[in-house]
Write a protein of this length. Structure first.
Length: 510
């Protein structure tokens, strides 16, 4: 149990490959996850992952190379993910809905040696004609073998770059956060702490596996022993039926999940659930009160970011509006521009300091300038603002960036603007985030049309729905004649006049 013991406490000095190998020897019959009507054990996952690993190596893939995946959640995808960890490659998961400039930027930045996907998602990758091998996972066969490869520790290191998660930062295109095995194990430990994880828990895994939330849940289940119930996507209409029939005990939330559940009419199923706790980030105080009252489910609110092993603070005492206190391996500080601590209760910038080596990201993939700005005063600069409450807990107050938070994801304004700029109807556009009725923010787009005569925003909205990923389509559109600008001609987004009375929207509440 050596590696499992190392995996549950800082400095998390082991690898996911070593933990998986040990779990397969110690508890091969333990169910790791259910999907539809089938259960998948640790031993089964390890066996198939080993076969996939052998197939990858037979085709010339080597440790340290980069493999991109672009597909929806499935049992075969999870087995592939564990094969990638066993192989020692850099794994770059991509949203299967990605297309256009966003997809091109991600692939050009990561420079993969191989792309795995399904038929629908690979269509867009193939259109970009990249010089790398592309494989449809469903038609890729591996040979069954009783002879497993040598899983010696000689090439395994907790600080190898094993995962690249593309997330939006303060400005410009999305950046690939470099994540190590050590950081993933820390994020799994944070998940276990925030959820008060027990061996007999059942977690609903609805999070996409290109999001750190999905990855950390998967590794948490491997290390700490609860079972995951896989669904291909979150469905509010079926949620309570699934929760009761599958005996879900813990719910992770992001974005507007809690608001969506609250928006549904009261039904019999929601009274039958066995959920003991909901945990996650971005729950507004008014939603917190309504959710706990209606569903009788307590909430553990957290604060964190991928660059800092996902979990930085956790509120386990139920103080509404608080993100809680730092996890045991981090310190959190609120500083002013000169690096001095601000008085208790005063607003400042949030910084994270690690008590152990290598639990904060080494940087962004192939982005030296952005990486150089990550650290300040020998700490991670989150780009967020907040304050300490009288009890010493953290209150998160917002993001100091040109990005927005939509349905649990950070979306770069650059991504949306770059994609919209391909439309011949647009001369120039600017995107900002506005408070959403459900979730964190909706996308609000200001547009200068190419031809003002006979221009209809409905046509632009129709184009966007056809050519952009669904979560990149603006909800609000507003025509403008010109943009306020800086001396260097950059758009002053802080001076844009968000006026819902002037905006048009064509969205129907889903």
């Amino acid at each position: 149990m050596k590696n499992i013991e190392l995996a549950i406490k800082p400095p998390f000095d082991t690898t996911i490959a070593e933990v998986l190998s040990e779990c397969a020897l110690q508890t091969p019959d333990r169910v790791l996850f259910d999907f539809e009507n089938s259960s998948f054990t640790v031993g089964q996952v390890f066996k198939t992952a080993s076969e996939i690993r052998a197939k990858l190596f037979s085709e010339g893939i080597k440790s340290g190379q980069t493999i991109t995946t672009c597909m929806d959640t499935s049992p075969q995808y999870i087995k592939l993910i564990f094969a990638l960890f066993l192989s020692g490659v850099k794994w770059v998961p991509i949203d299967p809905r990605s297309r256009g400039p966003s997809l091109e930027h991600t692939i050009r930045t990561s420079q993969p040696d191989l792309i795995f996907g399904d038929k629908n998602s690979l269509k867009y990758a193939k259109e970009l004609c990249f010089d790398c091998k592309i494989i449809e996972l469903g038609s890729w066969q591996t040979k069954s073998s009783d002879v497993l490869d040598d899983f010696s520790n000689k090439d395994k290191c907790p600080d190898n770059h094993s995962l690249i998660v593309f997330t939006s930062g303060t400005s410009g295109p999305p950046k690939g956060v470099i994540v190590t095995d050590r950081m993933i194990l820390a994020s799994a430990a944070g998940t276990a702490l925030a959820s008060d994880c027990a061996h007999d828990d059942n977690f609903l895994l609805w999070e996409p596996l290109y999001h750190i939330g999905g990855v950390q849940a998967l590794i948490m289940a491997l290390v700490y022993g609860p079972k995951l119930i896989l669904v291909s996507r979150f469905s509010a209409s079926n949620f309570w039926a699934i929760a009761s029939s599958k005996s879900i005990t813990k719910l992770h939330y992001l974005g507007g999940i809690l608001e969506i559940l609250l928006s549904k009419q009261i039904n019999k199923e929601e009274k039958r659930h066995k959920i003991k706790l909901a945990f996650g980030g971005g729950c507004r105080p008014e939603i917190w009160r309504k959710f706990t009252k209606r569903f009788n489910i307590p909430i553990n609110e957290v604060y964190g970011m991928t660059e800092a092993s996902s979990f930085t603070t956790i509120n386990t005492v139920g103080d509404i509006g608080s993100c809680g206190w730092a996890v045991p391996w981090f310190n959190v500080k609120i500083l002013n521009d000169s690096g001095s601590s601000v008085p208790l209760g005063k607003v400042g910038k949030i910084f994270v300091e690690s008590k152990y080596p290598a639990l904060l990201t080494p940087g962004y993939l192939n982005a030296e300038e952005a990486s150089s700005k990550l650290y300040k005063f020998n700490m991670l600069s989150t780009g967020d603002i907040g304050r300490f409450l009288p009890n010493g807990s953290l209150q998160f107050l917002g993001r100091n960036s040109d990005s927005l938070r939509h349905k649990g994801q950070n979306i770069s304004a650059w991504e949306v603007e770059s994609s919209l700029s391909l439309c011949s109807l647009i001369e120039e556009c600017a995107v900002v985030g506005v408070q959403a009725k459900i979730g964190e923010q909706d996308i609000y787009c200001f547009v200068i049309p190419n031809l003002k005569e006979n221009f209809e925003l409905h046509s632009l909205d129709k184009w966007a729905k056809k050519n952009l990923p669904p979560h990149h389509v603006p909800k609000y559109w507003q025509l403008v004649d010109e943009f306020p600008r800086t001396p260097s001609h950059r758009i002053r987004k802080d001076l844009l006049d968000v006026a819902f009375t002037k905006a048009e929207t064509f969205h129907v509440l889903e």
